[in-house]
Design a binder for this molecule. Structure first.
Ligand code: ZN
Length: 359
């Protein structure tokens, strides 16, 4: 198939994004606005200024960064996204970007952050995110439904994890359609999973959906077993799950038997060097097994990608047909965390299929 044709189909295809970190999804143009605002409005001292000097949030094609360097990028973002106004700007722009790329349903994840120097609290952070989402939905010419996952940052310890779950419970109760679950993420080389597991169990017992980043790095099979014992409602990456990649048969069978959907983010993995090349990505293994999978971006700003491009590169690398691509997008509905929206989303995808069928 001609490259341009596949590109157009992937762009027009209504898509669902289930693995997008808010701060990692900031585009270069939003980042420019944030840095400018940080320098001028907040009148930072010269030492702070050096933090944002020479910033680059986008990894240009061919300019590969290590996983460690990717996490360093988040430090710059956290510096400039320092108060509610910045958080709202980010959420609004990110949702608008996704809507313009043909996303009809977005699950956005973020760690509630406080900043004593600006007075931002975890609660005002969550509310600032939702304010930005509402602005985007009202302003956008596109139809998009957005739900939030609150992220547990594994480097912050058990008390913080529990606090995040309590907040998610509270927000789901008071506003049942916004917060739908918990994400477990952060630097995979930091944090003790055994200490964090009770918070994740509590989230599940409380009826929250749970998506877990696991097996992102090699040699963590015991940690992976612990996390799979929950079991998670979805898995992020699972890069080193397969025995052919250093994982265990037991863990792979657990994932297979429970049919746990896996969120696959190809460009993120290739650019972080956790997968050597697109054609060696675990997508090939899982699609051949007909295992539930969903294509996602992870951090579209950091990795300079879009969901359309992720569908395109997947189709071209693995020789998928147009109907395979449509099927992938349709299947994603089965894995969304807001059960109440599934019928509406299926109808939307169905009506698109009718529109695009040749006469
Ligand atoms: Zn992620």
């Amino acid at each position: 198939m001609a490259e341009q044709y596949v590109k157009d189909v992937c762009k027009r295809l209504p898509k669902l994004e289930l693995h997008a970190h808010l701060n990692g999804s900031i585009s270069s143009s939003t980042m420019r606005k944030l840095v400018e605002r940080y320098r001028q409005t907040l009148k930072q001292s010269s030492s702070d200024f050096s933090v944002t000097h020479g910033w680059t949030t986008t990894i240009h094609k061919g300019n590969k960064r290590t996983l460690k360097e990717c996490f360093a990028m988040f430090k710059i973002i956290h510096t400039v996204v320092c108060d509610e106004e910045a958080v709202t700007m980010v959420a609004r722009d990110v949702v608008c970007d996704f809507a313009a790329d043909g996303i009809i349903y977005l699950e956005l994840r973020s760690t509630p952050r406080c900043n004593p120097s600006t007075g931002m609290t975890k609660i005002s952070y969550i509310e600032a995110v939702w304010k930005g989402v509402e602005q985007a939905v009202a302003e956008s010419n596109f139809s998009i439904d957005v739900r939030l996952l609150l992220s547990i940052d594994r480097s912050r310890g058990a008390a913080d994890a529990l606090d995040t779950v309590e907040l998610a419970k509270e927000y789901r109760k008071s506003s049942p359609t916004n917060v739908v679950g918990i994400d477990f993420s952060g630097n995979p080389e930091v944090g003790n999973v055994r200490e964090l597991l009770p918070a994740l169990k509590y989230a599940k017992e409380s009826g929250l959906k749970v998506s877990i980043h696991l097996a992102e790095v090699p040699d963590v099979n015991n940690e992976t077993s612990l996390l799979l014992s929950l079991p998670p409602d979805r898995i992020g990456h699972g890069t080193f799950l397969l025995p052919s990649n250093g994982g265990t048969i037991e863990n792979m069978e657990l994932v297979t038997n429970y049919k746990i959907p896996i969120e696959l983010c190809l460009t993120s993995n290739v650019k972080c060097h956790t997968v050597p090349s697109y054609d060696q990505h675990q997508f090939g293994f899982w699609i051949n097994r007909a295992h539930p999978i969903v294509i996602c971006t992870d951090d579209k700003g950091i990795f300079s990608t879009t969901l359309s491009e992720e569908y395109q590169v997947t189709a071209q690398t693995f020789g998928l047909s147009i109907s395979d691509i449509r099927e992938l997008s349709k299947q994603a509905v089965d894995y969304v965390f807001d059960e109440d929206l599934k019928t509406k989303l299926r109808e939307k995808l169905e009506s698109d299929g009718i529109k695009s069928r040749p006469h």
